[in-house]
Design a protein around this ligand. Sequence first.
Ligand SMILES: [Zn+2]
Length: 396
Amino acid sequence: MEKLGIEKTSSSYTTPGSRACLLDLLCTETPLWGCQGDLYLLGPQQRLNKFLSESGNTICADCASPDPKWVSLNLGAVICIKCSGVHRSLGVHVSKVLSVKLDQWTHEQVNSLIDLGGNSTVNMKYEACTPGNIKKPNPDSSVHERIDFIRRKYQLQQFSRCDQLITPCPFPAGYSKCTQKAQSFSVISPPSPSCLQNSKLYDKQATKTRIGNAFRNSWVRKEFENKSCRKKAALTNLQAGMVEFVGLIKVNIVRGMNLAIRDMLTSDPYVIISLGQQSVKTRFIRSNLNPIWNECLMLSIPDDVPPLKVLVYDKDTFKSDDFMGEGEIDIQPLLSTARANEKSGMANSMPLDNALVKNSLIKLVDGKVKQDITLRLQKVETGELHIELECVPLTQ
Ligand SMILES: [Zn+2]
């Protein structure tokens, strides 16, 4: 999870782990934290909490809900859970959402966030030219109002300063490809009226850039490679953003055991998980029937709480990927337990006393409701997956 945040959205960070590098980085780029020895007394989470308590960051950048607990790492915005669902639906190439509580933050990620200046700076940039007739969402706004505003604000950048929106046109007169760099990755801006004269060319170029982003982020299934599927995927993401979410589920794909052979002697397995309209996948591991991914994926839970679907595939370069089994997990008990836990405000060490979890593997660890699952894969000769689930109800 944390690797995705830094490595894929930024190219300006040094190798993590070096104390000297970190000191240099903090001293030069974040004078706020100074160079005193006590810098190292603060862990990333404490530094993040301090940042969140600063003026502007105590309310959602998009709808002003108090005490937001989510962050768009690449945009630098501190946002509430409702807006975070919309951000996530736009795709990681537009907004890479991390949880303040669920994700393990690194110093590099906190530095990256601090460098973007916090909500006040972000809004000065992305809302500088907001037309008078555009109303910003409030904490009670509908999901449709949020989608409309957030999409126009960050993806289309319709409210940014005009001088930032207009970039030199690389095409002959009459054509215009209006792209803009936002931090370290590309965001497609809508075509200006002159662009529309050759919207075909624009579409072609824009799509090309979009594919690049998708591949860099490795979050899009191989089958989305064909054009119609990509369009469908974009639409699906937007539809996902229109669904009301009741919580989040963090899925740690720990490992696979005795997976099926799909190449000569072995397989290159990866896992896709989907919940309702959303779908994310792990990296593939080469030539391994007992792979260890230990990869955390996060999905929003739609209010109809569909089952979590799990698919395993063998990665192939020259032909379509081979099926290696599937499974389904009912997440309703986990969600119910998480809700009950939140309502009762249990102490971290208290055992769960809930009819729903009796004789199940749902447990309370450091105040977090988790479930360990060994999933026997179906429609395949062999294979199991070890998966850890953690559920967070909407209120966090
Ligand atoms: Zn919000």
